[in-house]
Every structure is written in structure tokens, then in C-alpha cells.
Design a protein around this ligand. Structure first.
Ligand code: ADP
Ligand code: MG
Length: 546
């Protein structure tokens, strides 16, 4: 064949493949854009492993109407201008390739609003062409929705793993960004399920608790950030807490999530002689370096990073970790005491931490209060109110994260009389309550008319619920806690009550929904939703085994 210059579309397909090779890389690019835009809240939604849908919503700067279309051109960026800027990169993106690469591989909708504009700009791109554009209202920020990723790139689609694997990559990616940006509030909803939520309160320990659990977070050792260059900060596990895989090592360079064998080596070398072979630490390490000291432009996805002086970086990381490890408590010596402590009673209550439920078969209802169910592990007794509370609680938080709270208008408004304090709270928090679906209108004096409530709520004492809600909101709290409180209160008042008899279909449905929650074993207040009698315990009780 003669030599020819490739057509523009072919070039862009090849280039796009380098940036966007799987759904998680789309999420990565969009989340990085949100972070670059200064967002403090980032919500991500994925369906079918991200192939059917990916949506990233942020409250960042937004894109001015005059620039929106340009953002989709290849090599269009607001982050650098000249060649010298390349040596001073302080943003996550700069190559101007993400949006055009994503639009080359999927249908993309964008709705964005910058503070200079009164209305948001909406664009719908199909096969890199604008299919629709108009103005829509939205608060400042950006939402990008990606539909049917790789539908027009069948070769790529063929290489994707099962949806659950791809969702796992997305969840891992978001966990990493949450670890790098504790001051940003992240939400991840996968197939309608809230799988990750951080508070954005700035505490790395809290993010570690959300991702690796309280028990791990409680043991992690903090690396104090010093003024040295390169700066090293983060958390590492004590030698007594190790994992069998390297996937608990997270490295960030100037808060960019990177994969680096150098940093992995520096970390593991710090534990030399402290861990059994095959064991690896848990580490979250953030290196800060002047941008001139590194080259992040090695690969289009920027996951690899080249240090100008890698030896110095290696030594700084290893030393910082060693310094906290010498202060770490030495692992407990086993004295031959039994490692299994028998449960104090026959019935054991399974603790919290996110654990999934086995498939349960409903046997019946007990005392109009408990659902009896059988699983591969024995018998389960489920508190119907606590279980339903958990289901509703997560449902509300999911709807909230997606800003899709379903609302029901009341045919007959309910009137209520507020205390002065409640009225103050209403003035401050009315908008927030509105976002959760409550609509209250003044009706003279301190009387108010309740005109709408979240659709999840049952009839019952609505006035009481609203009153309690206002009382509980009197204390100022960070947004995540506050949202949880509202969700808790709504869930509690809407959940099926004890003493209410359920038919088999209703019980099955409740168990099915409970199975899909993140923390099926506890109600939102932390009380157990179920107690479990294992087959082994049964056999023991009946004297079938020793
Ligand atoms: P890059 O991030 O490398 O600049 P992208 O293709 O990812 O390139 O984005 C192009 C431009 O679109 C960005 O430079 C930025 O100005 C704008 N942009 C993209 N996403 C957002 C967002 N979520 N918020 C604000 N601006 C954005
Ligand atoms: Mg970008």
C-alpha cells in the first residue's frame, strides 16, 4: 500500500482510544474536570458498568455559554496556553482531549452554567455532531451524561469485562479520588445503589473509614507533613495490619492518582522485615513536588509519572514511613489463647461494616413484627421496621445524590403550628427541606401549610414528622451528616411499623430490597436489622455435633 496520511476521523478514533479505553477512564476524565473546576461536590452515577450510562454532576465553575462548544474540540483547553505552561501544570487535565475522545465513543449530553450566565447551556452531541442545543436552568456547575459508551466502537465493547468488573473499576477510581480530596464530597451511585459517599469534611481518616472501614481507619498511622521537598503526607497501616494484595497502596503526586513502581517499592521497603512474605501494607501517600520536578505528560491517561530525581523521592517516602512505623505498636504476640471466642448467647447479632446478605427465603412472619427467613447459613430473624428503615434511608440518599427526590403533592394540605425555634430553623433550612420534597407555606402567625412531602412518605402523622425534623435540624452540622439526619427521620416515619402484618409478597419484596442495600445488617441508627442463628449453632444446640 502507498503511504498516505490518515483521515481525520481515523486519527481521532485512534487518539480517543488512548484516553478512553474503558468506562472507568471516562469517569476519571470527567471527575478530573470537575476537580479542576474547583467543585466541592461531585456525584457520579453509572449503569451497567458505565456502558449504558455515566453521569457526573459537579458544583464547579461551569463553562461560560460562549465556550461550551469549543470545549468539545480536540486540543481545546482552558488550562494551558504556551509551551512553557507545560512545565508548570497544576491542574489534572491540560491536553484538551477528554471531551472530544468521549464524544467520539458515545452520545454525550452536557448541561453547564457559569456564574457569568443567567441560564445554563445544554448540548447533545451524537457522533461528534451537535444534535441539539438549548438553554436550561440549573445552578452553577456542570453535568455530563454519557450514553451507550463504545456502541459505535464494537471492537472496544468486546474487550470490556462483565458489568460488575467495570463497576468495580469505577468504584475503585472514585475511592482513590476521595482519598486524594478529602475536602470534596463524593457520591457514587451504581445501578441505583449508593455505593460510596464521603462527607467532604477534609478528614482523610474519615475517608479511609468510609472506604476501608472504621476498624482499619482506627489503626492507621498518620504521616505528619513536613516542609521538606518533596512533601510526603498521608496514612499507612501499622505492621500488625497487612493485606495479601498490593491493591491497598494508593499514590498521589500533587493529588494526581498515579501508578508508580518506584513509590510502591519505597513504601514496601519501609516495612522491610516487619511483614510476613506475601503481605502488603495499606498506604495512602501524597507526594507534593514543584511541577517542574516531574513529567506527567508521559502517557495520555497521565497515570504514569516521571520524577526528575527519583532517588530523592524514593528516599523521602521510605524515610517518612519508617519514621511513623518505629512509633507503631508492635504486633500482639499470640499466647495460645483461643482465637475463637464463643458467643455469649445462642443468638448472635451480626455487627455493622458493609457486608452483603446471602439470598434469603422468607418462611413467615412472627408476632406481626419479625420476618423469619432461611439462608444458606441458617435462620435469620429480621426486624421489619428496622429493615424497611434501612431500605428507605438509602433510597432517599440515592435520590438526593441524584437530585431526583420524588415528591407527592398533598390533596389536602396539612396545617401545623411551629414553635419559634422551629420557625427559625425553617427559615434557614426551608430550601434544604424543599430539596428533600417538603413544601411548607406560611399561613399566618406561626401556622404553616404542608403542601407536599417526599413521595416515599406514608400518610400518618405528617405534622409530627415535620416538627421532629425541624427540631433535629436545629443543631448545625456538616452537610453529609445533616442530609443523613433528614433521610433517617423520613425513613423512620415512613417505614412499616411493628405490629403491621405483612403478606408473603410484601415480605419477599422487603427482603429483596434489603439485600440491595449497602449496609443491610443495621438500621440507619446503627441498631441491628436482623439476628442470625447459624446452622452450626442449631446443630450444637440439638446435640447433633460436639
Ligand atoms: P482538559 O481537561 O485537558 O482541558 P477536556 O477535554 O477534559 O480538556 O475539557 C476541555 C475544557 O472544558 C476544559 O479545559 C475546561 O475548560 C472545560 N471543562 C470540561 N469539563 C468541565 C467541568 N466539569 N467544569 C468546568 N469546565 C469544564
Ligand atoms: Mg479534562
Amino acid at each position: 500500500m502507498p503511504i498516505r496520511i490518515l483521515a481525520c476521523e481515523v486519527v481521532s478514533k485512534i487518539a480517543a482510544g488512548e484516553v478512553v479505553d474503558r468506562p472507568a477512564s471516562v469517569v476519571k476524565e470527567l471527575v478530573e474536570n470537575s476537580l479542576d473546576a474547583g467543585a466541592t461536590q461531585i456525584s457520579v452515577e453509572a449503569q451497567d458498568g458505565g456502558v449504558r450510562l455515566i453521569r457526573v454532576t459537579d458544583n464547579g465553575s461551569g463553562i461560560p455559554a460562549s465556550d461550551v462548544e469549543r470545549a468539545f474540540h480536540r486540543y481545546a483547553t482552558s488550562k494551558i496556553e504556551t509551551e512553557t505552561d507545560l512545565e508548570n501544570i497544576s491542574t489534572l487535565g491540560f491536553r484538551g482531549e477528554a471531551l472530544p475522545s468521549i464524544t467520539a465513543a458515545a452520545d454525550v449530553e452536557m448541561l453547564t452554567k457559569a456564574d457569568v450566565d443567567t441560564a445554563g447551556s445544554y448540548l447533545h452531541l451524537k457522533s461528534n455532531n451537535i444534535a441539539k442545543r438549548d438553554k436550561r436552568t440549573r445552578p452553577q456547575g456542570t453535568t455530563v451524561t454519557v450514553h451507550h459508551l463504545f456502541r459505535n466502537v464494537p471492537a472496544r465493547l468486546k474487550f470490556l469485562k462483565a458489568a460488575t468488573t467495570e463497576s468495580g473499576h469505577i468504584a475503585n477510581l472514585l475511592s482513590q479520588y476521595a482519598l486524594a480530596f478529602p475536602e470534596v464530597r463524593f457520591n457514587l451511585v451504581v445501578d441505583g445503589r449508593l455505593t460510596l459517599q464521603t462527607s467532604g469534611n477534609g478528614s482523610l481518616e474519615d475517608v479511609v473509614a468510609e472506604i476501608y472501614g472504621l476498624e482499619v481507619a482506627g489503626q492507621m498511622l498518620k504521616i505528619a507533613d513536613t516542609d521538606q521537598v518533596p512533601g510526603v503526607s498521608g496514612m499507612v497501616s501499622p505492621p500488625s495490619l497487612a493485606r495479601s494484595s498490593r491493591s491497598y497502596l494508593s499514590f498521589f503526586v500533587n493529588r494526581r492518582w498515579v501508578s508508580s513502581s518506584l513509590l510502591a517499592r519505597a513504601t514496601e521497603d519501609a516495612y522491610h522485615g516487619l511483614l510476613m512474605t506475601g503481605k502488603h501494607p495499606i498506604a495512602i501517600i501524597n507526594i507534593s513536588l514543584p511541577p517542574q520536578e516531574l513529567d506527567i505528560n508521559v502517557h495520555p491517561t497521565k497515570r504514569d509519572v516521571k520524577f526528575r530525581n527519583s532517588q530523592i523521592v524514593y528516599a523521602a517516602v521510605q524515610k517518612s514511613i519508617q519514621k511513623v512505623l518505629v512509633k507503631a505498636p508492635t504486633p500482639e504476640v499470640k499466647t495460645g489463647a483461643p482465637s475463637f471466642i464463643p458467643p455469649p448467647s445462642l443468638w448472635t447479632v451480626k455487627g455493622a461494616g458493609p457486608v452483603s446478605l446471602p439470598i434469603l427465603r422468607v418462611l413467615g412472619q412472627l408476632a406481626s413484627n419479625y420476618i423469619m427467613a432461611e439462608g444458606p447459613e441458617g435462620l435469620y430473624l429480621i426486624d421489619q421496621h428496622a429493615a424497611h428503615e434501612r431500605v428507605l434511608f438509602e433510597k432517599i440518599l440515592v435520590q438526593r445524590a441524584q437530585r431526583q427526590i420524588e415528591i407527592q403533592g398533598l390533596l389536602e394540605p396539612v396545617s401545623l403550628e411551629l414553635t419559634p425555634k422551629q420557625e427559625e430553623v425553617l427559615k434557614k433550612k426551608g430550601e434544604l427541606l424543599g430539596e428533600f420534597g417538603f413544601s411548607l407555606e406560611p399561613f399566618g402567625g406561626r401556622s404553616y401549610l404542608l403542601k407536599a412531602v417526599p413521595a416515599i412518605m406514608r400518610e400518618g402523622n405528617l405534622a409530627e414528622t415535620v416538627g421532629e425534623l425541624l427540631d433535629s435540624l436545629a443543631i448545625e452540622e456538616e452537610p453529609a451528616k445533616r442530609d443523613e439526619k433528614i433521610a433517617q427521620s423520613v425513613a423512620c416515619h415512613s417505614a412499616v411499623k411493628a405490629g403491621h402484618s405483612l403478606n408473603a409478597e410484601e415480605m419477599r419484596e422487603l427482603i429483596k430490597q434489603l439485600e440491595q442495600t449497602r449496609q443491610p445488617r443495621t438500621c440507619p441508627h446503627g441498631r441491628p436489622t436482623m439476628i442470625h442463628l447459624s446452622s452450626r449453632q442449631l446443630e450444637k444446640e440439638f446435640g447433633r455435633t460436639g
